[in-house]
Design a protein around this ligand. Structure first.
Ligand code: PMP
Ligand code: GLN
Length: 375
């Protein structure tokens, strides 16, 4: 009877709820706990008195669309046509869902890399299409050989997430060379590139799908202001795709939401005129370094983190419990919430790994590290 029989409440909801119940420090679900830039909240306050409370045009508030086009130009030297190639969405989640629903047909296959963020599979299933999970290498780089083997004339779409949640891995120039080689054999395959952490990379620069010519005519690129401006609750993002795909995506968007929250769009359009997104990487690199330093004498073993605001850690030196049990006990016994990495795998592969969100103020990171250091 159920259309999604295997879907349960998301691990982010489960862990955040449990963290609240036990009054634990919540490093599970990914959201910042520090104040939003006052320039943005001031703009928002001012806008409440202005005429920005009615429907915007379906695809987005025109000044915001212009600002996003400028952002893409300055970030990636790519010129997009905001009228035909851009859609403002209610978060990246809606961009992902809407794009899949618009473009994937019954019987198609969609390649999803394993481990993966949780919101890709359900829309594929709702299209009566088949999610094909392809394992990343042990160090979380894509295994292009197995990706190539999984491609067939049935493959409609490959979903990539760069920088990668939960592992913090980013794609290299060599990855894109391999990707191009494979895609050149399959002109029909579309790419959905989830780049919500595009401005949160550290030692290495982010390589966006926007900067790869071979992707431009077949790629749907999804991003989120939630991540870039520390406003996950605003649920505003955008999707960029070539016109022939965007035409189809807009058909679904029109009847799914019609248009996105007007005042948030207006506020972000004005904020984009003054904010510098290029400062974000350094900001989170300092947080990552501080969190890693705080945990360096703990029994957790920290994995490399090249981007995102997530730190993966092994607890193999501490416990033999499976990662879901370990995370639950971490909340009840030690007062810190994290996310078990097995939940990002299709087969719940337990590797004694958990994910911490370090998008927190220093006091929160210090308090959490004190508890984690005592385990
Ligand atoms: N993709 C990834 C990889 C994410 O981590 C998230 C959420 N944090 C999203 C998409 C969804 O973004 P939004 O909250 O803007 O819907
Ligand atoms: N993307 C967030 C994370 O990975 C969760 C967002 C959500 O709860 N849907 O933690």
């Amino acid at each position: 009877m159920s259309k999604l029989p295997n879907v349960t409440t998301s691990i982010f909801t489960v862990m955040s709820k449990m963290a609240a119940e036990y009054n634990a420090i919540n490093l599970s679900q990914g959201f910042p706990n520090f104040p939003v830039d006052e320039r943005l909240t001031d703009i928002l306050a001012r806008l409440t008195k202005e005429n920005v409370h009615q429907y915007t045009p379906m695809a987005g508030y025109p000044p915001l669309m212009q600002e996003i086009a400028k952002l893409i130009q300055s970030s990636y030297n790519r010129t997009i046509n905001p009228d035909s190639e851009l859609l403002v969405t209610a978060g990246a989640t809606q961009g992902i869902f809407t794009s899949i629903l618009a473009l994937v047909k019954s019987g198609d296959e969609v390649l999803i890399l394993d481990p993966s963020y949780d919101s890709y599979e359900s829309p594929v299933l709702l299209c009566n299409a088949k999610p094909v999970r392809v394992a990343l290498n042990d160090n979380y780089t894509p295994n292009w050989e197995t990706i190539e083997k999984a491609c067939s004339p049935k493959t409609k779409m490959i979903i990539i997430n760069n920088p990668h949640n939960p592992t913090g891995k980013i794609l290299t120039a060599a990855d894109f060379t391999e990707f191009e080689r494979i895609l050149s054999k399959y002109p029909e395959i579309l790419v959905l590139s989830d780049e919500v952490y595009e401005y949160i990379t550290f030692e290495e620069k982010h390589i966006s799908a926007h900067s790869k010519d071979f992707l431009l005519d077949r790629c749907i690129m999804v991003s989120s202001f939630g991540k870039s401006f520390h406003i996950t609750g605003w649920k505003i993002g955008y999707t960029i795709a070539p016109e022939y795909l965007m035409k189809e995506i807009k058909k679904v968007h029109q009847f799914l939401v019609f248009s996105v929250n007007s005042i948030s769009q207006a506020a972000i359009s004005q904020y984009l005129e003054v904010v510098d997104v290029n400062l974000l990487g350094k900001f989170y690199q300092e947080k990552r370094d501080y969190f890693q330093k705080l945990l360096q004498n703990s029994r957790f073993e920290l994995k490399p983190c090249e981007g995102t605001y997530f730190q993966v850690a092994s607890y193999a030196n501490i416990s033999n419990e499976d990662d879901v049990t370990f995370c639950k006990n971490l909340i009840t016994d030690h007062g810190v919430a994290a996310i078990p990495i097995s939940t990002f795998y299709s087969d719940h592969k337990d590797q004694k790994l958990i994910r911490f969100c370090f998008a927190k103020d220093d006091f929160t990171l210090e308090s959490a590290a004190k508890k984690l250091g005592n385990i």
